[in-house]
Design a protein around this ligand. Structure first.
Ligand SMILES: C[S@@+](CC[C@H](N)C(=O)[O-])C[C@H]1O[C@@H](n2cnc3c(N)ncnc32)[C@H](O)[C@@H]1O
Length: 276
């Protein structure tokens, strides 16, 4: 088990850097994850690791610490309701407003994209919708995450079958290349989908995607649960400012914004909208 002073040191460092709030209930989880990191870099104890983190020459290790602490779990079509909502309501309406608003492209931000399943799901949903509606409207997806390691995986875009469980077979065939031989059991996102997503390392508490183009849709799902209340409030208000009027913010289904002061309208659970 981890010593109180070491836990406090790690807890504060992680909070200062990422605003991930590690309560006392996370001690066991943190210890297990730190031990994995210690084995990887051959350090004997958590106390030694804390000393290692304090030395200036090892400042880069902080990014690895955040990597092992944060939970990256995700899969294709997670919280499917959101994609149904896009198909049935948000996308038809945005497409209709497109000409009057002079929107050259549909801009979507996946703000905690993890290993890519979420932004690629968005890309597949848009590809299907745009094909059905025969529109030449362009789209671009900005996908950001704090973790360098997980973004590397996202850029490679190769997934095990388990990650695709929620997708019908025809959709898998249309949007993935099936691996053979040593790649048996792996599925690679097809280039036309991969090319519509730009991955970028970004700490949500420190910066925003470059440029001033507003987004019609922002996904910020299953990351706010790690932040404390003031941090959630600050983040939601910053995201709201990057939306077009009438733009959508989609949050995780366990991340209600009821306790947060913000200017968005709730459309349905986990779907919010900037007033028109
Ligand atoms: C559980 S995953 C969520 C993935 C996806 N949005 C979903 O709902 O399936 C949470 C992601 O948030 C990222 N994250 C944690 N703190 C962050 C921060 N301060 N800035 C940006 N990303 C952060 C983690 O690296 C992790 O990949």
């Amino acid at each position: 088990m981890i010593r109180d002073s070491d836990y406090e040191f790690i807890r504060k460092l992680v909070y200062d850097r990422s605003r991930i709030n590690l309560g006392n209930d996370k001690r066991e989880l943190v210890t297990a994850r730190l031990n994995k990191r210690l084995r990887a870099i051959n350090i004997a104890s958590i106390s030694d690791y804390c000393r290692f983190l304090q030395s200036k020459e090892n400042a880069d290790e902080l990014a690895n610490l955040i990597d092992v602490i944060s939970t990256n779990h995700t899969y294709f079509f997670r919280e499917e309701e959101h994609f149904k909502y896009l198909n049935q309501h948000a996308l038809p309406e945005l497409l209709q407003r497109r000409t009057a608003e002079h929107w050259p492209s549909l801009n979507v931000w996946s703000a905690a994209s993890s290993s890519g399943e979420e932004p690629y799901t968005i890309a597949i949903t848009l590809a299907e919708f745009f094909k059905r509606n025969r529109t030449d409207w362009r789209w671009r997806i900005e996908a950001t995450d704090i973790s360098h390691r997980i973004l590397q995986k996202a850029r490679i875009g190769v997934y095990k079958e388990e990650a695709l469980q929620k997708m019908p077979k025809e959709m898998i065939t249309a949007y993935f290349q099936k691996g053979f031989g040593p790649q048996e059991g792996n599925y690679r996102v097809r280039p036309e989908i991969a090319e519509s997503v730009t991955f970028r390392q970004l700490n949500l508490l420190e910066s925003e995607p470059p440029g001033t183009d507003p987004f019609q849709i922002i996904f910020c799902r299953n990351v706010m649960i790690y932040f404390d209340h003031p941090t959630q409030t600050e983040l939601v208000n910053r995201l709201a400012r990057r939306l077009v009027p009438g733009g959508y913010l989609l949050v995780g289904h366990s991340e209600s914004l009821t306790a947060i002061k913000h200017s968005l309208q709730m459309v349905k659970p986990a779907v919010y909208r900037r007033p028109l």
